[in-house]
Design a protein around this ligand. Structure first.
Ligand SMILES: [Zn+2]
Length: 365
């Protein structure tokens, strides 16, 4: 079927998709930020969608500091507000359903949206009564309502932050508390130069996660060297790698991870704008991953900051990396196989894809 038309609003890959790496707080709609600010009486330096978009987005490769500064533009509007937290989770599901995603894993750090029981309180907020636990509960409510209204499946991953080791044990405890209620895994995000040798609390949190049957992914090798990927796999026992582009600079490690069928959560537009990869997409490590039949998925990471959609990622892969409909189908099947759903639900998801792709399933059913 010829469905790879990018014109006329038609999606590049117009079939069901799985997305595994999208930050909830990096996917907030600009309209929602303006709306919530108005309701809460928070003054913003911009009042229109286009002005606010240009304040919140990056359009050329920059530094991590520039990227992180974008969150300062809007996180104080959403954080500490129960209605807003629930709303952004709900709207993420709506957006993903529109993009043709049938299963999404969205991730966030609960402390960044709390204003109580968090040290230090973020975004210059005054102390309030929204705890990290409340945040997880609210996000779950939003996701569930979204699942119900838009008929897709959504789960969450809770992130530890590399620069905030003191939060990590809280994060793993929240993963445990909500293990059977929306939360499927733990993640570690932030500045990769802060390794776990120096910050043993992350390691402790991941040990606890492994002991408790919590799935594990780690942001590694995005901007940082292959040693960060090695640490993620060997010390933190990561089952998936967030990004992992720089893995290929260590051929032994890369070969080992290919043999292990390690899943790489690839985000092309993000990797260009964060300076993680060469801005020339025809030199992107994803091309190597594809040629080597690696296990990877295509994801948006922070679409609000990169002013991107899942379709623009697929379009990029088609235009610059030689992706075809066949490659996208196989890639989404790998994503489903590598998702953090319980086995039974994973089988259901896989069968949905096999059916939509007109493929005979290999799950034995
Ligand atoms: Zn990320």
């Amino acid at each position: 079927m010829a469905e790879t038309c990018v014109n006329g609003g038609k999606a590049t890959f117009n079939k069901p998709k799985v997305e595994l790496h999208v930050h909830l707080d990096g996917a907030i709609r600009i309209e929602t930020i303006l709306d919530v600010a108005k309701r809460r009486g928070i003054k913003l330096p911009a009042t229109t969608v286009s002005e606010m978009t240009s304040r919140c987005t990056v359009d050329k490769p920059g530094t991590l500091t520039e990227f992180l500064d974008k969150f300062n533009q809007f996180m104080h509007v959403i954080a500490g507000d129960r209605e807003a937290i629930k709303r952004i989770a709900y709207e993420l599901v709506e957006t993903k359903a529109k993009e043709g995603v049938i299963y999404v894993e969205t991730r966030y750090n609960p402390h960044l949206m709390a204003n109580c029981n968090v040290m230090p309180i973020q975004w210059n907020q005054k102390e309030g009564d929204v705890t990290p636990d409340d945040v997880v509960h609210l996000v779950n409510e939003g996701l569930k309502k979204g699942e119900n209204d838009f008929k897709i499946k959504a789960r969450s991953i809770l992130c530890c932050m590399r620069h905030m080791p003191n939060w990590s044990m809280d994060v793993v405890e929240l993963c445990k508390k909500y293990q059977n209620d929306g939360v499927v895994a733990i993640d570690l995000a932030g500045d990769e130069s802060l390794n776990c040798g120096t910050y043993p609390l992350h390691r402790k949190a991941y040990e606890e996660a492994e002991k408790s049957g919590i799935h594990r992914t780690v942001h590694a090798g995005e901007v940082g060297p292959p040693s960060v990927v090695r640490e993620a796999v060997e010390v933190l026992k990561a089952e998936r790698i967030g990004h992992g582009y720089h893995t290929i600079e260590d051929q032994d490690l890369y070969k080992q991870l290919l043999e292990q069928n390690m899943h790489f959560e690839i985000c092309p537009i993000s990797s260009k704008l964060t300076g993680g990869c060469d801005p020339d997409f025809t030199k992107h490590p994803l091309i190597r991953f594809k040629e080597d039949n690696a296990n990877y998925s295509l994801n948006t990471d922070d679409p609000a900051i990169f002013n991107s959609t899942l379709d623009s990622e697929y379009e990029t892969a088609t235009q610059y990396m030689g992706f075809t409909e066949e490659t996208f189908m196989q890639m989404n099947i790998n994503a489903a196989k590598s998702c953090f759903l319980p086995e039974k639900e994973k089988t259901v998801l896989l069968n949905q894809l096999y059916e939509a792709y007109g493929m005979i399933n290999d799950t034995g059913f």
